[in-house]
Design a protein around this ligand. Structure first.
Ligand code: HEM
Length: 405
């Protein structure tokens, strides 16, 4: 049998896709000692875990990872408790709230970042744009003071470093834990103040949300806002970097999207399939579960490899090819983010922010293409993805013909 590289090895981090193929083909269910979990890689298994039709899984095992930086978030809740919390927060990210309140916020924040480099003819699409845009959007949606955005960014950086700290670097751990304290000291007074003075922003919506007399506590709202840094920031950051990296490496498809902007949703969906921002999701078995012919005892962690499932040849033809025109991928529409790739997960924990992310990417890509005619990679630059749990290019230097207004 072919050797399967360890998911925590440098070789795997450099390029996980060959390893994903070996897993799907020869070891679709493997026990991984270091993470104490069973790993699944086939589309049908990952889909089944996410959909969880028979209530076989919980997300309790997220506690060790998320509790130290965020406290208790929606992602750690299961069953009825999760359903209520989900119903309290989800409406803020779709429908009229999204269309009327937040689209202008997205447009404004994208434009501000682009204005800083549009006249120069060069930019790094990751550091000048992708890492800043979604975090600015969240801060602005929450109705936080613009002067506080740099602080918000510092916390964002510390939180994602904490969550990606595979080697357990104590300084990174300590900075993450400190962030939890600083974030609470900052947010809790704002939440208390906002309760008495509701406005039109996301924080006010969260403060006012109520179902059958149930509301979120100050602590619940603070934990949710903290989760948004990682869940809404890092993911969208990597999606924007990914869509541009993929298009720049396929100039004919970039030209097609530039020419016909209605192709942006296809390019987004194909990017999420081909290079998903989140590669690994964990669940815990609530009962004995059978996956790919193997039996997993209750109380065991299952690691779902989204990056592997999205390239399963039993689901997508020629899966290792980036092709925005493929006809075997369902793309999202303006009203639903449902797609058949697994980048947003499926089922109960399906990404709450999927429509928001879609709006951010669609608006961002459209504005960037307008501002950057003749867009190309900087000479000699080859985009490389980094990361294991989350993955994307860390830098994307580009050149273009500056447009003078
Ligand atoms: C959940 C991916 C953007 C907020 C998730 C999950 C995935 C995901 C895979 C499921 C996690 C699990 O089941 O364990 C993505 C990707 C994004 C994105 C790829 C960008 C392209 C956003 C945005 C927001 C957001 C913009 C909000 C501002 C959330 C929240 C959850 C979630 C709150 C937890 C939902 C729950 O537990 O019910 N996301 N996300 N995400 N996402 Fe996103």
């Amino acid at each position: 049998a072919q050797q399967v590289p360890d998911i925590l090895s440098p070789e795997f981090a450099a390029d996980p896709y060959p390893a994903y193929r070996v897993m799907r083909d020869t070891a679709p269910l493997i026990w991984h000692e270091a993470t104490q979990s069973y790993i699944v890689s086939r589309y049908e298994d990952v889909e089944r875990v996410f959909k969880d039709k028979s209530n076989e899984f919980t997300t309790e095992n997220y506690d060790w990872q998320l509790e130290p930086v965020h406290g208790k978030t929606i992602l750690q809740l299961s069953g009825r408790e999760h359903a209520v919390r989900r119903a309290l927060v989800a409406p803020a990210f779709r429908g009229r709230d999204l269309q009327e309140k937040f689209l202008p916020v997205i447009e404004r924040n994208s434009r501000e970042l682009i204005d800083a480099f549009r006249h120069t003819g060069s930019a790094d699409l990751v550091t000048d744009y992708a890492t800043r845009f979604p975090v600015n959007v969240i801060a602005d949606m929450l109705g936080l003071d613009k002067a506080d955005h740099p602080r918000f960014h510092r916390w964002y950086t510390a939180v994602i470093a904490f969550l990606g700290n595979l080697s357990g670097d104590p300084e990174v751990t300590e900075a993450g834990e400190r962030t939890r304290v600083e974030f609470a000291e900052y947010m809790l007074p704002i939440i208390r103040e906002r309760r008495g003075n509701l406005g039109d922003d996301l924080l006010s919506t969260l403060c006012a949300a109520e179902i059958d007399g149930v509301r979120m506590s100050d602590e619940d709202i603070k934990a949710f806002c903290s989760l948004l840094l990682a869940a809404g920031g890092e993911t969208t950051d990597k999606a924007i970097a990914g869509i541009f990296a993929n298009l720049l490496l396929h100039p004919d498809q970039l030209a097609a999207v530039r020419e016909d902007r209605s192709l942006i949703p296809r390019a987004f969906a194909e990017t999420l399939r081909y290079t998903p921002p989140v590669h690994m999701i964990m669940r815990q078995t609530a009962t004995e579960v059978t996956l790919s012919g193997g039996t997993i005892p209750p109380g065991t962690t299952v690691t779902c490899l989204i990056g592997a499932a999205n390239r399963d040849e039993n689901r997508y033809r020629d899966p290792d090819r980036f092709d925005i025109f493929r006809d075997d991928l369902t793309t999202t529409t303006a009203f639903t983010a449902a797609a058949d790739h697994l980048a947003f997960a499926l089922g109960r924990h399906f990404c709450v922010g999927a429509l928001l992310a879609k709006a951010e990417v669609e608006i961002g890509v459209d504005q960037l293409l307008d501002a950057m005619p003749g867009l190309r990679l900087a000479d000699g630059f080859d985009p490389v993805e980094q990361g294991v749990f989350t993955r994307g290019p860390q830098s994307l230097p580009v050149r273009f013909t500056p447009v003078t207004a």
